[in-house]
Design a protein around this ligand. Sequence first.
Ligand code: SF4
Ligand code: FES
Length: 250
Amino acid sequence: MLHTGRVPLTDDPTDTLTVRLRVKRYNPEVDRKPHWQHFTVEGMGRSDRVLDVLHQAKWFQDGSLSFRRSCAHGVCGSDAMVVNGENALACQVLLADAGDDITVEAIRGLPVVKDLVVDMAPFFAQYRSVLPWLITGAEDPGYGERRQSSAERQRFDDTTKCILCAACTTSCPVFWTNGSYVGPAAIVQAHRFIFDSRDAGAAERLDILGDRSGVWRCRTAFNCTNACPRGISVTEAIQEVKRVILADRV
Ligand code: SF4
Ligand code: FES
């Protein structure tokens, strides 16, 4: 994860920062190419987040600045962007870590709709392609309980934490050069069901992930693991899926 650590936290509430913010802006309807816009945002606290700086810039300086956000607490996944060169959720990056000289760009590899807003449709199409729902088999208990031991639940615990922010997929050099690669996020979501003892769709998903656009595209760059704001071991999840494809059993 990023962080320059240039402005450590203090207990003094009067100790404010003036932040120099550079945002890569692009409106495909009117711009021939992207350009940088500079903002100076005064009166920020060290425990404010990059999202707070973007709000100040939009609300008080240029209302045309576009970005997504919803929860502001690292839960919805809508404000993934490139902060100081690294993928992050703007609502999770403190100024104490990002510093007072900040650059912000849209995540890479997806079409820019405007400024920091990208078209997530290709990302969600790849997500849907791995059948990210519980598939019941012959032992379907109907309305009865689908019981599971804590050890069985633990097997896929890490990948349940995914919030589909796309930080991993859009940090992947394979995805940048080949948009047909299903990408780390879709593999994480597939992992969550493949290793769920209540699910009967593993073979179908492994067929999908074993083809040319699937897990074998991964070059183990670890960018995805480093980018994940939920701390998921993304590369390890991909490796686990590779292993069960090779072993032909979950
Ligand atoms: S695995 Fe992590 S980085 Fe990737 S979409 Fe899920 S939460 Fe975001
Ligand atoms: S705004 Fe929801 S995760 Fe940042």
